[in-house]
Ligand binder design. Structure first.
Ligand code: R5P
Length: 312
């Protein structure tokens, strides 16, 4: 069974980098739209009997990328692939893992069911919003983490009296991991989400006065969470200089440029789990994810342990 990497249209460059790190080229395929906008996919080489890793962050436009992911599985399955693994460096819909109000779908659950139903036998993801999504998955999950990579990227420019701040309760474990890597204390912003674009931060728990801040999160979408956390941190007396942000997935959607551009953020540290558009008003340092993904795929293919790569 040969290892093959197949990419959708959401991040072909990342797929090329992962394939190159494995000494391969991505599977040749045509992905186009019919005039009525239906997707049309065709594999241009055999995958019969192969161990195929389909790399597709379900980044915006999320639904298009998700459908591609499903169609790629169907094409591989019908072409006789031996084993199929979905590799989602960023997993869109993972945040909707429960009903916040009545008459809502549990979208994360449905997406997990779709991924399993179309033939994937394993899912590889990076820094999921919540590990709880594993309970919705009927196939095994390999949960990788970019935290060690991003902590090393931040290390040269962080001061020894800085504080790692979680912008909400959901990111506390992640903040503790950064703090352990960087030997720093942790503080927490008490956030309440009002809507998809609106949040409020009531107070900061922990000592931040006079300290440099490293805010950490799984993702930046609209930037609303960071905006409110930074405002509350400044009110609580943190140093307005050297505010840094480390987030695994920089979606930077909607008003993110406007919201973050007006704040004293020195730099955003992220990785290339999704492709980041140029021209963002805050400096962004992007660390490559390909070495981590390639090593994970190599070990999965060889049925070796992922110890040291997976999120504890
Ligand atoms: C939510 O709990 C996540 O961890 C992020 O804090 C959130 O999704 C970021 O979204 P936004 O940038 O739109 O506030």
């Amino acid at each position: 069974m040969s290892l093959k990497v197949l990419s959708g249209s959401s991040h072909p460059k990342l797929a090329e980098r992962v394939a190159a790190a494995l000494g391969l080229e991505p599977v040749r395929r045509v992905l186009e739209r019919f005039p009525d906008s239906e997707l049309h996919l065709e594999l241009q080489e055999s995958v019969r009997g192969d161990d195929v890793y389909v790399l597709q962050p379900t980044s915006p436009p999320v639904d298009e990328h998700l459908l591609e992911l499903l169609l790629m599985a169907d094409a591989c399955r019908r072409a006789g692939a031996g084993r199929l693994t979905a590799v989602l460096p960023y997993f869109g819909y993972a945040r909707q893992d429960r009903r916040a109000r009545g008459r809502e779908p549990v979208s994360a659950r449905l997406v997990c069911d779709l991924i399993a139903a179309c033939g994937y036998r394993r899912l590889v993801a990076v820094d999921l919003h919540s590990r709880a999504i594993e309970t919705a998955l009927t196939i095994p999950l390999e949960h990788l983490s970019a935290v060690p990579i991003l902590a090393e990227a931040v290390r040269p420019s962080i001061s020894s009296d800085a504080v790692v701040v979680s912008p909400d309760l959901g990111a506390v474990k992640m903040a503790e991991r950064y703090a352990a890597f960087l030997d720093l204390p942790v503080a927490i912003a008490h956030k309440t989400r009002i809507s998809g674009t609106e949040v409020s931060v009531r107070r900061i728990v922990g000592e931040v006065r006079g300290r440099e801040v490293l805010l950490v999160d799984d993702m930046i979408s609209t930037g609303g969470t960071l905006e409110k956390a930074i405002e509350a941190l400044l009110d609580a007396g943190c140093s307005p200089h050297g505010i840094k942000v480390a987030a695994s997935h920089a979606l930077l959607a909607g008003p993110a440029a406007r919201l973050l551009g007006k704040l004293p953020v020195e730099k955003i540290y992220t990785c290339d789990s999704v492709s980041v558009a140029a021209g963002f008003p805050v400096p962004i340092q992007i660390s490559p994810l390909a070495p981590l993904l390639a090593e994970a795929l190599r070990r999965l293919h060889n049925e070796e342990s992922l110890a040291g790569l997976v999120n504890p």
